[in-house]
Write a protein that binds this ligand. Structure first.
Ligand code: GAR
Length: 223
C-alpha cells in the first residue's frame, strides 16, 4: 500500500471508484473493524453508512468511546452498532485503558482498529495486539502539524495548503506509513472552524478510500 501524490482541485480525493467495487467481493468475509472515537463521530458514521450501503465489504462489531458526551455513541445506536464507554478517567494509566480496549476488541473478534477522532495517545499494548492493523485519521498533511490542534497549527504557520491524512499508526503520535491524503486550500478568510469543516469533507472520502484499500489487500493476500 503506497501513498498517492496529492492534487489540489475541487475534488482532491484520490480514491479510484474501482477500489470500492472490488472490495465488495461477496465471497470474502467482511473485514471486522473496531472503531475508537472520542467526539462527534462523523468519520465513524461515514464508515457505518458505507457499510450499510454495501459500498465497503466490512462490518463494525463494536464502537469504543472514552468520553460520556461523545456523539459517536448516539450515531452508533442509529446503525444498531454496539457501543462501549471506556472512560479514560477511570484508568490509572494509558496502558490500563488500552488493555481494556484490546480485551473488548478481542471479545468482538476485531481484525483492524480505526482511530476515528480518538483523542488519546495509544500505547504499545494496543500495537502489540494489532500489529500494523491500527489506522488513524489526522486533520493535516502529515508529517506537517502532528499532535493536537492541527488545524490551528496550520493557520498559525500561514500555509496555503493543508489537508488530512489516513495512516497506519505507529507508537510516535501521528506517525506511520501514509495510506491516503487529500489537500485542502487555506482561504484568506478561514477560521479554524471553516477550515476544519472543509477538511472533514475530505476526511470522509479518504477514510473510506483507505478502508477500501485495506479490504482489497486483505482479499488479495487471503486468496
Ligand atoms: C477529525 O477531524 C480527525 O481528523 C481529528 O478529530 C476529528 C474527529 O471528527 N483527529 C485528530 O485530531 C487526531 N489527532 P469526528 O469525530 O467528526 O470524526
Amino acid at each position: 500500500m503506497t501513498a498517492n501524490p496529492v492534487s489540489v482541485n475541487s475534488n482532491p480525493c484520490l480514491i479510484s471508484p474501482e477500489i470500492g467495487k472490488s472490495a465488495l467481493a461477496p465471497a470474502h468475509p467482511p473485514l471486522k473493524l473496531g472503531v475508537l472515537a472520542s467526539g462527534s463521530g462523523s468519520n465513524f458514521e461515514v464508515i457505518a453508512q458505507a457499510i450499510q450501503n454495501q459500498q465497503l465489504n466490512a462490518e463494525i462489531p463494536v464502537l469504543i468511546y472514552n468520553n460520556p458526551e461523545a456523539k459517536a455513541a448516539v450515531r452508533a445506536e442509529k446503525y444498531g452498532i454496539p457501543s462501549i464507554l471506556l472512560n479514560h478517567r477511570d484508568c490509572k494509566s494509558r496502558e490500563e485503558l488500552d488493555t481494556k480496549i484490546v480485551k473488548t476488541f478481542q471479545e468482538y473478534d476485531v481484525e483492524w482498529v480505526v482511530m476515528a477522532g480518538w483523542m488519546r495517545i495509544v500505547t504499545k499494548v494496543l500495537f502489540d495486539a494489532f500489529p500494523d492493523r491500527v489506522i488513524n485519521i489526522h486533520p493535516s498533511l502529515l508529517p506537517s502539524f502532528p499532535g493536537i490542534r492541527a488545524v490551528e497549527q496550520a493557520l498559525a504557520a500561514k500555509v496555503k495548503i493543508t489537508g488530512c491524512t489516513v495512516h497506519i499508526a505507529r507508537l510516535e503520535v501521528d506517525s506511520g506509513p501514509i495510506l491516503m491524503q487529500a489537500a485542502v486550500p487555506v482561504l484568506p478568510e478561514d477560521t479554524a472552524e471553516t477550515l476544519h469543516a472543509r477538511i472533514q469533507v475530505q476526511e470522509h472520502k479518504i477514510m473510506l478510500g483507505a478502508i477500501a484499500l485495506i479490504a482489497e489487500s486483505n482479499r488479495k493476500y487471503c486468496d
